[in-house]
Design a protein around this ligand. Structure first.
Ligand SMILES: Cc1cc2nc3c(=O)[nH]c(=O)nc-3n(C[C@H](O)[C@H](O)[C@H](O)COP(=O)(O)OP(=O)(O)OC[C@H]3O[C@@H](n4cnc5c(N)ncnc54)[C@H](O)[C@@H]3O)c2cc1C
Length: 744
């Protein structure tokens, strides 16, 4: 007797006939309407009466909305594995994660050979499947560098490029029967997909035993393999299927029928009844369901110091550990490679509090992550816990009031606001997360007109170090509200922000590429023009060192925060005179187009990035000379100068914990050589006035003083002692410790 406790899946197995080419599509749509979970098609590419299954799958994906799709099963001998991986990933991306890969090693060998395919013995068929699974998974794995290589018995792959990565973790199900293929399945695949009509009594139990044994020998938990079954209308009854579910562990039943009436009854009557009966029986038998399953191999990768088994169930269900398939995407951030022992993904403020309480009981580092684009903030670690807020990603608009989860990106916020004619300035990159930016500042493309992002935060919901969930706004916890807007990473985990958005429609987006040979003069002219320009104009200037003897270049990205193109042209034209122009263009665009999110997965890549910054009132010649030196010498091959004045400076310096309210520019740069970079920045800082925490990797205590000059740091230290006396939040310019050392 076996019941692996999987949730039940119900599907259809349709004939891809081409006599009436739309008929299979209509049946797929009917399957979806009938409430079924999955629609599948056989794949016999040598059969002229059939549509090509891949083409049909794509068509069906585009003609349905919810239902999952799969080949049942895809013919491996006629479909080379790298291409198959790309087709599967592409369809998964296009369908929003609805594709699963049912695979078969081949049959009808004469027909396959007639089409130019190979003839394989049973042993060769197993080898080809084993090699193909590895090749497919390697092709999907964009988290690693290098190409796809295989020197197998059946496939020689010589450095094919990896990717694309599917939208979700695509399952590989095998239509297997023989013991060798079943052993392979237990070792590597995610599901067994035989047809009941091909099985003799006892075959399911025998097959399960082989799979279970092979899975255990490979360090997997047998529950990692779903048992599925193609059935016919005659056996599609609750009485017939219940014993298969409870006794043979079958958790996916796929009805082979092209009869609309049978499909409807299957989806609307039999499937719900069977689901209910299985739930009832499992409850009575105490069968565990919905558990995250990890085999010995995955468990061996757990890190010291974390009581994994003590995780509250709600957190355990979504947590990611080093042995999980989701781990490569969860471990690192945009700037940093990481190897945390546990990534917790709470979905509510209460779960965040639970996650924090759990993390505090462990003896490992803690990182808080929203969008994973931290520069100062380290939102990953080695062997510790990450509280990842990606699931808190809602954006609710009501009038100009917007409630935003920290885990979404500013690109998505812009997309949600645009239909209401609203916008919120954030930064220059749409993938940057809400949480990190809205707790530090937000110097964006609309800043001169509308100020910093934090200037429009009207309230925050925060989980404090002691687990309390509090509101911070002008009336409730006003001191916390002050600290959160500038030094938020030190004071708690913000689980929601309330923002006051402003009306913005289309904006003018201009790009100018300059020859920056005379860097210093360019900076002076650009700086003066930007300062004098109307506030609708915000410009960011990026400087690049010249390569292989060529002149350095500068790119100005300028936004005119209005759709008045005549006024924009008047304001932009002078910028064409700051240096020789190599290219220029300007477009009228909706604001979200400027910060469009790419939602790219983070795979890290930099061990320890080097980025520093400071603020300047004017781009004066002595400052410009040092900037130009850094570019010329190659110490800072990439420099960004962001306009940070205008409306930013309308706010009193004491209103938020970002006190820099008289400067007009932020200068930041990226370095490679640690010592030279530090020397360069020590020199540069003599000409600068203050620092924006979000663009800084230098953790020396002096930088805290630059970021929080005068009374700001004193007040922050007092509040840190109240809200986070044990310095739980220490991954982003920790306030208590460095200052103690400074005064010690
Ligand atoms: C490519 C790129 C472009 C950028 N451009 C700009 C720009 O134009 N303007 C600008 O102002 N900034 C810009 N930034 C900097 C950006 O604002 C910060 O790096 C910010 O911290 C990123 O937020 P995140 O949520 O993605 O970061 P994460 O890596 O998720 O978090 C960084 C840190 O922020 C804190 N934090 C995150 N979420 C929360 C939360 N919910 N509650 C409390 N603390 C939290 C934590 O200390 C964490 O370590 C840019 C960064 C990158 C990488």
């Amino acid at each position: 007797m076996a019941d692996y406790g999987h949730d039940l899946v119900f599907g259809t197995f349709l004939t891809p006939q081409n006599a009436d080419p739309h008929a299979p599509v209509v049946l797929a749509q009917l399957s979806e309407r009938a409430g079924l979970d999955l629609v599948t098609f056989q794949d016999h590419p040598y059969q002229p009466a059939f549509l090509d299954t891949w083409t049909l799958l794509s068509y069906v994906a585009a003609s349905t909305e919810r239902i999952k799709i799969s080949g049942n099963v895809i013919n491996l001998p006629l479909r080379p594995p790298v291409l198959l991986a790309r087709q599967a990933a592409s369809l998964d991306l296009l369908s929003g994660g609805r594709f699963e890969l049912g695979l078969g090693a081949g049959a009808f060998w004469d027909a396959i050979v007639a089409m130019g395919g190979p003839r394989r013995s049973p042993a060769e068929a197993v080898a080809s499947m084993s090699e193909a699974i590895d090749i497919i998974r390697t092709t999907w794995d964009a988290s690693r560098r290098g190409g796809v290589f295989a020197d197998g018995e059946q496939y020689k792959i010589r450095g094919a490029k990896r990717g694309p990565e599917p939208a979700h973790d695509v399952s590989i199900w095998l239509g297997a029967l023989g013991p060798r293929m079943l052993r392979l399945l237990g070792e590597k695949a995610d599901g067994w997909l035989p047809s009941l009509s091909n099985l003799k009594p006892g075959d399911l139990a025998r097959g399960n035993a082989i799979i279970d044994e092979a899975a255990a020998a490979a360090g997997r938990d047998p529950r990692e393999v779903r048992r599925m079954l193609n059935i016919t209308a005659e056996t599609a009854t609750v009485d017939d299927l219940l014993p298969l579910a409870l006794g043979d562990g079958v958790s996916a039943f796929i009805l082979a029928s092209d009869e609309p009436g049978a499909i409807q009854v299957w989806g609307e009557e039999i499937a719900p009844e069977l689901r209910e009966a299985v739930t009832r029986e499992r409850r009575a038998a105490g069968t565990p369901t919905g558990e995250v399953v990890r085999g010995p191999k995955a468990l061996a990768l757990r890190r010291e110091g974390i009581a994994y088994d003590a995780l509250p169930p709600a957190l355990a269900a979504t947590a990611v550990e080093p042995g999980d398939k989701a781990y490569p995407k969860a471990r690192s951030t945009y700037m940093r490679s990481g190897a945390p022992g546990l990534v917790l993904r709470p979905g509510t403020a209460a779960e965040v509090a639970e996650a924090l309480a759990f993390a505090r009981r462990q003896d490992v580092p803690l990182a808080v992550r929203s969008g994973g684009h931290g520069i100062s903030g380290r939102s990953t670690n080695d062997g510790g816990i990450v509280i990842d807020l990606a699931r808190l990603d809602s954006v609710d608009v009501s009038g100009t009031r917007v409630r935003v989860g920290p885990g979404t990106s500013w690109g998505h916020v812009a997309e949600s606001l645009a239909p209401h004619g609203l916008a919120m300035s954030s930064g220059d990159f749409g993938d940057v997360g809400v949480g990190g930016l809205a707790t530090a500042g937000g110097i964006g493309f609309l800043s001169r007109k509308f100020g910093l992002t934090i200037d429009h935060v009207t309230a925050a919901e925060v989980v404090l170090a002691d687990g309390r969930i509090v509101r911070a706004d002008a009336r409730e916890n006003p001191d916390l509200f002050w600290a959160l807007r500038g030094a938020g990473g030190n004071f708690g985990i913000v689980t929601a922000f309330e923002l006051d958005a402003y009306p913005v429609g289309d904006v003018v987006f201009a790009q100018m590429l300059y020859d920056a040979s005379d860097t210093s003069a360019l900076l002076e002219r650009w700086g003066k023009l930007v300062e004098a320009a109307p506030r609708e104009l915000t410009s960011f200037l990026y400087l690049f060192a010249g390569r292989r003897g060529s002149a350095p270049a500068a790119q100005a990205i300028t936004v005119w925060a209005d759709d008045d193109t005549d006024a924009a042209v008047d304001a932009l034209t002078p910028l064409l005179s700051v240096a020789p122009v190599r290219q220029q263009q300007a477009q009228l665009l909706p604001y979200p187009a400027i910060v469009a999110p790419s939602d790219a997965a983070h795979y890290g890549g930099q061990a320890d990035p080097l980025i520093s910054n400071g603020l300047a009132v004017h781009l004066a010649p002595d400052l410009n000379e040092v900037i130009a030196d850094g570019l010329r010498s190659g110490v800072t091959p990439w420099i960004a100068i962001r306009a940070a004045g205008g409306a930013v400076n309308d706010v009193d310096p004491g209103t938020t914990a970002y006190p820099h309210r008289h400067q007009n520019f932020n200068v930041s740069s990226v370095g490679g050589h640690r010592e030279l970079f530090r020397e360069h920045w020590d020199e540069l800082r003599r000409h600068l006035d203050g620092l924006y925490l979000s663009f800084e990797t230098d953790q020396r205590p002096e930088r805290l003083r630059d970021a929080f000059p005068g009374d700001t740091l004193t007040r922050l230290r007092e509040l840190k002692a109240v809200y986070d006396p044990e310095n739980v939040f220490s991954q982003n310019f920790p306030i208590a410790l460095p200052v103690d050392r400074l005064h010690g």
